[in-house]
Design a protein around this ligand. Sequence first.
Ligand SMILES: N[C@@H]1[C@@H](O)[C@H](O)[C@@H](COP(=O)(O)O)O[C@@H]1O
Length: 256
Amino acid sequence: MEIIIQPTRETATEIAARIIARLLSEKPDAVLGLATGSTPLLLYQKLVGMRLDWSRVRTFNLDEYIGLPKEHSQSYHSFMWENLFKHINISPDNVHIPDGNAEDIPGSCKAYEKRILEEGGIDLQVLGIGSDGHIGFNEPTSSLASRTRIKTLTRQTCKDNARFFGSEAEVPKHVITMGIGTIMEARHNLLLAFGEQKAGAVAGAVEGPVASVNPASVLQMHPTVTVCLDEGAASGLQRAEYYRWVYENKPAWQIF
Ligand SMILES: N[C@@H]1[C@@H](O)[C@H](O)[C@@H](COP(=O)(O)O)O[C@@H]1O
């Protein structure tokens, strides 16, 4: 796991954007796994500003609310088109987002997994982290081997996400999410976290025991993970000094 601690969200996001830009220049038909939430917003703005060629890029989103119309302002479908896809030259045929209104949701989850494999697997998965350590919508105690499926949100996540809706009661309680097993098959996981409210979850993910109560901790078992943090999100880390040392002494050929 490479832990990159930056003074601000801005500089941490800049590094993440450069990692993605480099992947797209090396592999113009890369398969990207994408996330929603407030964390990747600046990343998407930066990627738009970089004017990259997305014509052959394929994307798979992590998750979606069940029962929210696609056109609803808070559906992850709307989020992705509003904040990224409508600003870049991606082909709509190459965009994949779980369908929260499918007639047969379990069947659509299986088909989603199959489609990821057919496209060659995910080269790079962007991740945020919930205040309870969830990745995608894999809430604490999710199976570490889980695949794309239906999950019930925790009360905490409903509260956290109420800020996007009118009230907590309006947050759908059921979602489709890629599983932890699905995320673990991405060739590179790029996790972003900003602000002190994420410090506990980040510390648990990076330095805590690997346990389903903190789903992000499973990333310790993944060979290629980059974690981009600002000072607030890094403030609970015991070994921050070491991570800074590693980054400062990184060989030139590894610097993006
Ligand atoms: N499903 C999303 C996650 O993919 C996201 O990483 C997390 C953190 O959200 P935010 O970035 O807004 O803090 O919670 C949401 O519920």
